[in-house]
Design a binder for this molecule. Structure first.
Ligand SMILES: [Zn+2]
Length: 301
């Protein structure tokens, strides 16, 4: 696939794949910039640096960065402010309920469709961790997909791009978003979550998908096969896909080898920095998920 694109570029044939090749390098630059700003590798504004995304103030800054980022690729960003109660009303009297903000945008179908494909990643981090791999990489992957999907000429389904708050606090943000979709009666085709997609120390480009029983698994296996990368089915439930799985929506998690023997030793530590991100691997994961989205955008529903 990559070789094919290079060949087209070198001969300057203006087919649509050539346009995709152009946007691919453009997409990689967008991803690097976003991860850099989200992890304190560079200032996010003239003078401000965001070193982690855990406190309420830092998460607000991250939501602002993402709102700007979506507007930059000409999408219409919206904010879902939620309040999540504590275990019971009495505790709520003593401790303030959790508050947070999911940032999202809709990319409408180009034909009549009431089905939505939801693609998301959490943007918060653990306290003290810059959260580059966990999960600025997932955010950057979803951001790239948003850009590429918005450039598609035809979409047979609507796409909803979501950046979740507070995954590191028992997936509160995505739980609130799943409740919102239920309440509004949104017809969800499937939910796709990217969490930690920037570590590949053994260089095999392998990805993991969870749960193994997901109805979306065959589409991912096909895309991995097309790309020539290994794919493993696991049953990791500790990410935002669980919120949608529990709500009864078909959902799937895409991640690096979280349980398959290539675990990121910088996980949840101050060492999870921009410098440790494997951008070539992130690019491969992005291409793999784009393959799935292309299929979902082209089949009839
Ligand atoms: Zn995560």
């Amino acid at each position: 696939m990559k070789l094919h694109i290079k060949l087209l570029v070198s001969t300057l044939i203006l087919f649509s794949t050539y346009a995709n090749a152009q946007s691919k390098s453009e997409v990689e630059i967008l991803q690097k910039q976003l991860i850099s700003k989200m992890t304190g590798n560079e200032n996010w504004s003239d003078s401000e640096v965001l070193n982690e995304r855990s406190s309420s103030a830092d998460r607000k800054t991250a939501a602002e960065i993402l709102t700007h980022a979506l507007a930059e690729i000409l999408l219409d960003p919206e904010r879902h402010n939620y309040m999540h109660p504590n275990v019971n009303a009495l505790v709520d009297l003593l401790f303030a309920p959790y508050k947070g903000t999911n940032v999202y945008a809709v990319i409408p179908a180009t034909t009549l469709s009431d089905e939505f494909v939801v693609i998301g990643a959490h943007y918060d981090s653990e306290p003290g961790a810059p959260g580059a791999d966990d999960n600025a990489t997932g955010v950057a992957l979803v951001y790239a997909l948003a850009y590429q999907i918005s450039l598609m000429e035809d979409r047979s389904r609507n796409f909803m791009i979501v950046f979740f708050d507070q995954e590191e606090s028992d997936e509160i943000g995505s739980k609130a978003f799943a409740r919102k979709l239920k309440k509004e009666g949104v017809k969800v085709h499937s939910v796709h979550i990217a969490d930690m997609v920037g570590w590949d120390a053994d260089g095999d480009f392998a990805i993991e998908i969870s749960p193994a029983s997901s109805v979306m698994a065959p589409a991912y296996e096909k895309s991995a096969d097309d790309l020539g990368v290994p794919i493993k089915k696991t049953n990791v439930m500790s990410s935002d896909h669980k919120s949608f799985y529990d709500a009864g929506y078909p959902s799937i998690l895409v991640t690096e080898e979280f349980v398959g023997g290539d675990f990121n030793p910088n996980y949840h530590s101050p060492n999870d920095t921009y410098q440790i991100v494997n951008f070539e691997y992130l690019s491969s994961c992005t291409e793999l998920m784009y393959g799935v989205m292309s299929k979902l955008a082209s089949e009839s529903n």
